[in-house]
Design a protein around this ligand. Structure first.
Ligand SMILES: [Zn+2]
Length: 167
């Protein structure tokens, strides 16, 4: 009996009975079931779509086709420590007009604009309750120790931003 581990949950499987998917390189991958595989594919697709939605919204808010400064991705990692892209996208959608006009008034560089958006997000996401009839709960980390760390970081980020502003 040939054995393989499920690529999703790690369960040990018999390759004869497991659900098999052959990837584009001809390599076989095994899963507990077709359902488990499909659900994971859907999940990955949604994650990619949400990520793209956040990026497109930020481009719109900044009034550009593409954001060139990679600082955006560094900042985004910080947001994603506590909030899903789905949740961030909801916030950006609701505040799009407000943020766009605030950004339009900033005369700084692209970097300064990214820092501005990031400071707003870090400061506002925690208390944000989407207007829409959302059934799903946002993915928020509820870890006391972590919360404290995150707050400290937000304060730091805001201070940094204010310093930038005085230049
Ligand atoms: Zn599995």
């Amino acid at each position: 009996m040939a054995k393989a581990k499920c690529k999703i949950c790690g369960t040990e499987l018999d390759t004869k009975t497991a659900y098999k998917v052959t990837d584009k390189n001809g390599k076989n991958k095994y899963f507990c079931s077709a359902v488990e595989f499909e659900e994971e594919e859907d999940r990955k697709k949604k994650v990619a779509e949400d990520k793209d939605r956040v990026y497109r919204l930020i481009c719109d808010i900044m009034g550009v086709n593409e954001v060139l400064n990679t600082a955006l991705w560094k900042e985004k990692l910080e947001w994603n420590k506590a909030f899903s892209d789905e949740f961030i996208a909801k916030y950006l959608e609701e505040k799009k007009e407000y943020l766009s006009s605030a950004i339009a008034r900033l005369s700084g560089t692209e970097y300064a604009k990214i820092r501005y958006i990031s400071a707003v997000l870090k400061n506002s996401l925690r208390d944000f309750k989407p207007n829409v009839e959302v059934v799903e709960k946002p993915k928020v980390v509820v870890d006391e120790h972590y919360e404290t760390k995150y707050k400290a970081k937000v304060r730091r980020a805001l201070e940094d931003f204010e310093e930038d502003d005085d230049e």
